[in-house]
Design a protein around this ligand. Sequence first.
Ligand SMILES: [Fe+2]
Length: 382
Amino acid sequence: MAGAALSAGTLLATDVQAEDGDRSGSLSKGDAAILRFLAAAEILETDLWVQYNELGGIQDSEVPGGSGSGPYTDALVALDGDMPQYIHDNTEDEHTHFRFINAYLASKGADTVNLDAFRTLPGSTATGSSRKPRLTNLMQLTVDTSFYTRYRSRTKNPDLDPNFKFPPAVPSLSSGQFPAIPRNDADLTPHDHIQAIANTAAFHFAFIEGGGTSLYPSLAQRVTNVQVLRILLSIGPTETAHFQIWHDKAGAAVSAPIAPLTDPKNPTLMFPDLNSPPFGGENFQTNLIMPEPCPFLSRKFRVCSIIRPTKTEGLQWEQSRRLPRTGFSSANRRSSLKCCAIWQPTRMQHAGNVSQSNFQLPDYCRAADWQKSRTRGLKSPL
Ligand SMILES: [Fe+2]
């Protein structure tokens, strides 16, 4: 990845390649690698949010592209009247995150991230889409909705209970591939079908931002430079702000009068009413969106309301497991190998037995750089 020239905060679409270099400039190799990892994640987030905004958000000079889909927007608005504004603002935020991180890397003489070479996936052809090639595929999503019960549990914490399976709020979203945007105009009817698509999007919104909510505080524990730490501590909580909004909107998809709802074009997709028996109670009631207190660090301490997970050892972050399911890695084999490798450092932390020779890593974030980024005194997972 050559150091891409940046002007006025705009990432130039240069023909940079992942194997070109890994200059860290005046940053430590570890800090630069973490920032590049985050820039890559933010570029992917931006790509999917742009697709949502083109069809269901507000298209304007801040977030240009697309012209909106009336039926899709109506289905999103059925969840909350402010959905188009929220989608717009989340999209703009992600743009600023990756542009800032890349500009900061460039200012320190470090290499930046550009994934334009991987923008090869066809997107929606529904009226309102810009039909640009994409990095992520929102038309064949498998969405892990276990964040819903993870944040409601008073007794389990993924950092302390890595083998506990938090039950998904919408089990069918975990066991199939579903569109979160209309794939074409045939998806705009009947009403309950486009509503099921909007409901899928609502849970995907929360899933994505919940991932960022854990990712930033986790990586913040590994940086060494105070200014880099400030970047992570300042961007991370905006992901949490997004997550909290989307957690609430997802609840509308599993509440009356929207729920229960079965997709008439795919009856395997069903959104239950989580406020009615056999659901309801602390684990499912839809307005319980504040994080419930849970065990933290050790069960010898009192429970505490916290972000979870944040542990950086022995833990497989959900991004590394779930992001490929967005379709990002299915563009083509060459792209797949490189792009999946971006996430390998998190897998390596989980595997705990990785040596450099086991992987052909790209230069975004080499294992050695991550090893150097370990906070002093932190037990090595590798
Ligand atoms: Fe972000």
